[in-house]
Design a protein around this ligand. Sequence first.
Ligand code: C2E
Ligand code: MG
Ligand code: MG
Length: 696
Amino acid sequence: MHPIYDDSTTLFAIYKSLFESNPDPCYAMDINGKFIIINDMAMELAGYTDEEFSKFYFSDIVTEEYKEHMIEAFTDVSMNGNIKSFDVAIKHKSGNIIELYGTSVPVIVENKIIGVVGIVKDMTEKNQMQRELENTKIELENVFNNIDVCVWSSDFEKQELFQISSACKKIFGYSQEDFLQNSNLLMGIIYPEDRERVDAMQQKLAEGQTLYLEYRIIDAQQNIKWISNFTTPIFNDTGDIVRLNGVVADIQQRRMAEEQLEFMAFNDELTKLPNRRRFEQLLNESILNAKETGSKLAVLYFDLDQFKWINDTLGHTIGDNVLRIIAKRLSSIIGNEGIVSRVGGDEFIILLQNIKELNHVKIFAQRINDEILQPIHLGVRSYELTASIGISMFPDDTGDAEKLIIFADQALNAAKKDGKNTYKMYHTDFSEDIVRKLDILQALRQAIKTNDALNLHYQPIIDTCSAGIVGFEALLRWNDPTLGYISPAEFIPIAEESGLILPLGEWVIRTACTKFNELYKNSEFKPYLSVNVSTRQFENEQCVERLKQILEEANFNPKLFKIELTESIMMKDAEKIVKKLNRLRKLGVDVFLDDFGTGYSSLSYLGILPIETLKIDQSFVQNINGAGQEAIVRTIISMAASLEKGIIAEGVEEESQLEYLKRFGCHHIQGYLFSKPVSFEEIPALLKKRFINDKI
Ligand code: C2E
Ligand code: MG
Ligand code: MG
């Protein structure tokens, strides 16, 4: 033993300072549990003075909850001489509870226990933290097991799934146990056609990248289903991947709606035949082909002679059935010698390929006429119908796809005039439409020059949440002194084709801005102004520059100015368009994508376009309660929300359409239900009107 231990004075000094200077509270009690000595830390901890302590037994300050337990512990130390560690809570002088962890040891003098000494640690904060941690863990577990998405974790090295949330049952039909017992299950249920694609992407994870995949699986009930799986690699301190965390969501509904949207963008819903847009694509492809091979094509425009009568007298259901039957007959006649498409109403366009001689086309047309004459049996009755057909030829009549269709349509009109149930080949003297077009062109040129007959009307866009107007769309009106009222749907394409759209478009912007400045002067409330800009106009090199100039000249706030472009703009040179759109954005002008849904825009492309708002085309709104349309409208709205784009529904005419739209989350509405386009003078009265009492 070190010599110092022989010196009882030094030894005493050591123990004393160990007791008194200890950073933790220390105590000494007599054999009855009464405090004898307390160090400063203990006094501070409990809030009592030395003198107050000296009157206490330990049981005086221990909380009721621990009293019995502490008496037992004390007895064990003071009677049996054991060392005892314990959890305890004491009452601070202020009344607060302090949680402690301590150890008591017996004081033995000449083999006799004369008291107990001990030391405690303040555990209040630590215990509190522990409890909070527990609660958080429970909450997290609750979230983990109750959300609709399925969350999983796997060991990267062992490729073993060790955690998966209970939503797996809902998504895959397999239980948590199924997955945990079979680590391969998650990958094993991938639909075979998608497996290669999913496998190929796994390399990305090994390279440390996150991975978002959409693919099909076969669930426990053997259903094929689309899911999304978002996987993130988790690294350890040394940068190695230790774990993969993933989130799986059921995207079946969304995918189905998207597929349907895509199908409907290119096909006619009733007959499932290609629609006009698809037909035009196919025609263009065929023309390219025919040019290469030097072959001829024929375009047959087909129209039933009595369809309006059937629809009006026998009803739409029978009308629809007739169209389906006609579609089938036409398809079986044409077989794989061409393409049949339905372009609206009772109009079908047929493309015949590889025409050797004109007679061949005539024979086909005659066969169609004969076949249509065959009675159609519907219920107990049968109907005999006839059709008229107009035919144009490539390259004989024109080399242009659009013109081929126009010419075939003109030939059809001639066939109808000729007494129906017949066909007619296009001749350049079928020029009735061309004459009208020329008349319109001339009159329009005059109207732009004199400005007399042109006018703008404005249609309000309403926010159903605030029940007020947020903006107005400017719409051209033209009342020609000789030709009468001509719809923009008719003259805008002519203006585009002839280039007149450029001066006309500028006139619209300038006039609308001047008028709206006048409006803003007299009104505190400033609704925005949106103006339609046609594709040809937007394609013009100077478009943005000119717009900037006009806005500056008019001193018009660009933030209140919106332009509406149609979806066809997206088919053009993407890079150029994005640049132009960005320049507009820089100007402060937002862009609305008009008639959305009528041209198929790739959803991913839409994401990168700097476009503010989508305007759902009226055809969707007006058939919102028709089969399939509801899902489409809902998808468009939720897609717009996820792309953080605004959404406006056009052509809302009925209360029921409004209800659907509101339910799906579309609150900006334009349509006759609230107001037709009105003259400038009528705007102030509209602005005063709160729609809430009226229609919303
Ligand atoms: P848009 O831009 O989609 O305009 C909406 C059209 O729907 C307008 O037809 C409007 O009057 C109509 N509309 C609004 N609410 C309803 C409704 O509840 N039911 C129905 N059935 N129709 C409704 P509008 O004025 O005949 O214009 C037709 C198209 O002509 C416009 O379609 C736009 O593409 C074009 N257009 C009109 N003005 C201009 C213009 O100044 N410049 C250019 N480039 N195009 C214009
Ligand atoms: Mg528009
Ligand atoms: Mg529109």
